[in-house]
Design a protein around this ligand. Sequence first.
Ligand SMILES: Cc1cc2nc3c(=O)[nH]c(=O)nc-3n(C[C@H](O)[C@H](O)[C@H](O)COP(=O)(O)O)c2cc1C
Length: 296
Amino acid sequence: MIGKIGLAPMAGVTNWSFRKLCFEFGAEFAYTEMISAESVIRNLKINEYYFPKPAEKDKVAIQIFGSDPFVMAKAASMLENMGAWIDINAGCPVKKVVKKGAGSALLKDLNRLKDIIEQVKSAVSCKVSVKVRVGFEKDEFEKIYDTVVDAGADMIAVHGRTAKQMYSGKATWNIKNKGYIPLYINGDIHSLSDARRAMEISKADGVLIARASIGKPWIFNDKTPSLSEIKKIILYHIDLLYSEIGERAAQEFRKFVAGYTKNLPNSRQFRAKVMKINDVETLKKAFEEYLTSISF
Ligand SMILES: Cc1cc2nc3c(=O)[nH]c(=O)nc-3n(C[C@H](O)[C@H](O)[C@H](O)COP(=O)(O)O)c2cc1C
């Protein structure tokens, strides 16, 4: 659809600043964090934060979640001009979402999933994709795939675990791609060689990478940066986040600290210190000092 390697949606992570960073390292497309369709039709102001910014609009899909076909279709029609296409979340295993019949709960109710896709499709003129897991309790990917294709979706992305598995076990890349629409494989891809293997095994058209990009946004290309380059990347990431959310960036950046400092010397002590910092200047200084102290 739009390239072979994309940044998968992650609530609380794939905001504008993180997407921008990943694009600069070679991600070809990305998604917003998941947005409640219900909140969209109620015009909640908070949602503006989640919408793609104009400069990235052509490569960022807007992901919505919900269980009511009418609400999903209405939300999709309100959002379609703000992003590259609309993505339907049919994979989220989080209790709060599943309890309401949304996310991966749709994998237990394929008639509803079909209805949602059909209604969203007829409400918009942009493309519509669906992100699924291989099943709810057990692997039923073939049935899910057929439903998504029959309903008229333009693309499917699959995380190779069931919803019940959450994040346990290993994601399977061994799925059946019948090839009617572009398929993206996702789950446990930690490098470009993993990406190639996942595509070979699944015969997918591309991959989505989520967790491995946290603290390693350069995963989208084959060049591992040096320590001094990593220092620049971290400081740049903090600056981007600051320009997005202001001083709250110091706390928000904590999500990335473990990823960026994994396997570095004395990282435990550094992390303990950095997790208490509440302002951006002190945070940047701490990283500068730490990364300079460990480079020889
Ligand atoms: C913190 C976090 C937030 C996530 N939020 C979303 C989301 O909003 N929508 C979605 O479809 N998947 C979401 N996911 C799932 C990822 O997109 C992806 O399918 C999953 O993490 C497996 O890929 P990975 O092994 O590359 O991490 C989230 C995952 C994580 C770790």
